[in-house]
Write a protein that binds this ligand. Structure first.
Ligand code: SF4
Ligand code: SF4
Length: 96
């Protein structure tokens, strides 16, 4: 089991309230607004935290560089993918 799988297991054992709090805390660390791929449309809609929330529904379609590998969430959650705004969550990209 790799780090991401361990983190998912840990979160599955949390109460709904604990999980929501952990998600909010992680969302606050998202560095997407500083990324070249992030755009005004995504900003206006308040989109963030694509690695957990899923791809941008309509705002982001072009891959212009991804700074996810340098985001603290990548290290904290053991993410192994990137371009979550276009390709979907870590779970989706793993086929989980
Ligand atoms: S890994 Fe990427 S999508 Fe996930 S919180 Fe960090 S910057 Fe945002
Ligand atoms: S998911 Fe990656 S490519 Fe998309 S906006 Fe966030 S940092 Fe940029």
């Amino acid at each position: 089991m790799d780090k991401f799988e361990q983190m998912m297991q840990m979160m599955s054992q949390m109460t709904e309230e604990e999980r929501m709090k952990a998600m909010e805390a992680n969302k606050a660390l998202c560095t997407c607004p500083g990324c070249p791929t992030y755009n005004e449309c995504a900003q206006k809609k308040g989109e963030l935290f694509y690695c957990a929330m899923g791809a941008s529904p309509t705002c982001i379609t072009e891959e212009l560089g991804c700074i996810c590998p340098a985001c603290p969430i990548t290290e904290k959650m053991g993410l192994t993918h990137e371009y979550f705004c276009v390709k979907g969550t870590e779970r989706e990209q793993r086929g989980m």
